[in-house]
Write a protein that binds this ligand. Structure first.
Ligand code: KG4
Ligand code: ZN
Length: 353
């Protein structure tokens, strides 16, 4: 390990994560206690259950992270924590724990925006990795998670300009809702991804996801770099209802619907990311957030990046979904810039990037 060590805590949603990262963004520990099994029976996250599970797991997760890194709290140079956006009860558990740890051991506290954390996953080195090209500036970042779909421009570290967002469902939410209406379970993204591999992506005609003229002219929107996925989801719902009139869907039909839906959504994300990059003179595109674990999105982004000579940056699968290493990477940047959290740091469920 080298230089300052940052310990980070992530508890904004349904993963209790604690990581330790060194000065060169090398991951020394990255422990994630997932609550997926806990929430699966209800088909979605139950906020109070999530908060209680964070409280249950946060100490064992800390112990495991310190053991993995071979470090003690005394070795740390800062404690970083996700302060929003997210579920307020879940955020409060992590923030309160981080404050206590920092106060009791005299360490500085750093507050991190969860979406900023997703972007900074692109700067992390995997364990054992000696070198990694840092994403170049200006960078277009596409954050696609369960709660957000953001296209941002980064001209430098810690500076973000929103280029586009979703007017309705987030990309991950669309995957989850389509999986639910097909009776596939929760979370839906990985299941749709898996089933789509055996499906025909042209078997089903679904509408594209272009915004309507009215959407584009709505005063709160930036324009044609925005996204809309609820029409696509409704089209899948209508199709499934129609087909179900003649009995339950066959396995192949489900796979075809998954593949067709995934084709439309991935094409939209990739097209708009490259459009944003060319419009804003980006030297690279970074994609992050849970949906960046999608196999088709990864393949298309890499393919088009090579074709158009636009470098693309994708975190490894484990760093695409929620984890604390990404919060540590962003926390390290903030610490270097002297951006420490005030003592009254609080949870901000709608924190803007
Ligand atoms: O970033 P994340 O772990 O949590 C949030 O900040 O929301 O993202 C979770 C989202 C869920 O909607 C999940 O279905 C989706 O990421 N997801 C995927 C895949 N893996 C996770 N979506 C599509 N394909 C995947 N392989
Ligand atoms: Zn996330």
């Amino acid at each position: 390990m080298s230089g300052p060590l940052v310990l980070a805590i992530e508890s904004s949603c349904d993963e209790t994560g604690i990581a330790i990262v060194d000065d060169e963004s090398r991951i020394l520990a990255n422990v994630v206690a997932s609550q997926v099994a806990l929430h699966a029976p209800s088909g979605g996250i139950v906020p109070e259950v999530a908060a209680r599970a964070h409280l249950r797991w946060i100490v064992p997760v800390l112990d495991e992270a310190l053991a993995d890194a071979g470090a003690t709290v005394a070795d740390l140079d800062a404690v970083a924590v996700t302060s929003g956006p997210g579920l307020v009860g879940s955020l409060l558990v992590g923030i309160n724990f981080a404050k206590t740890l920092a106060w009791a051991h005299g360490k500085p506290l750093v507050g991190v925006n969860h979406l900023e954390g997703h972007l900074y996953a692109g700067w992390l080195r995997d364990p054992g990795e000696d070198e990694r090209d840092a994403p170049p500036f200006p960078l277009v970042g596409l954050i696609v998670s369960g709660g957000h779909t953001f296209l941002v421009e980064m001209r430098d570290h810690l500076t973000y300009r929103l280029l586009g967002t979703t007017v309705d469902d987030a990309a991950g939410e669309a995957f989850d809702k389509v999986a639910k209406l097909l009776g596939l379970g929760y979370p839906g993204g990985p299941i749709v991804d898996r089933l789509a591999r055996t499906g025909n992506d042209r078997a089903v005609r679904l509408p594209g996801t272009r915004l309507t003229h009215a959407d584009r002219n709505a005063p709160h929107l930036k324009g044609d770099l925005d996204f809309s996925f609820s029409g696509l989801k409704t089209a899948v719902l209508r199709l499934v209802r129609e087909r179900q009139e003649s009995g339950p869907l066959a396995e192949q039909e489900i796979a075809d619907i998954c593949a067709s839906f995934q084709r439309v959504i991935v094409t939209t994300l990739v097209d708009r990311a490259f459009e944003a990059a060319s419009r804003h003179g980006a030297k690279g595109i970074g994609v992050s957030g849970g949906v960046s674990a999608n196999s088709r999105l990864r393949a298309e982004l890499t393919f088009h990046g090579e074709q158009r000579e636009m470098p693309t940056f994708l975190p490894s699968l484990a760093l695409s979904t929620d984890n604390a290493a990404m919060i540590a990477a962003a926390g390290l940047r903030r610490m270097r810039a002297g951006l420490f959290a005030p003592a009254d740091l609080n949870a901000d469920p709608a924190l803007a990037l």
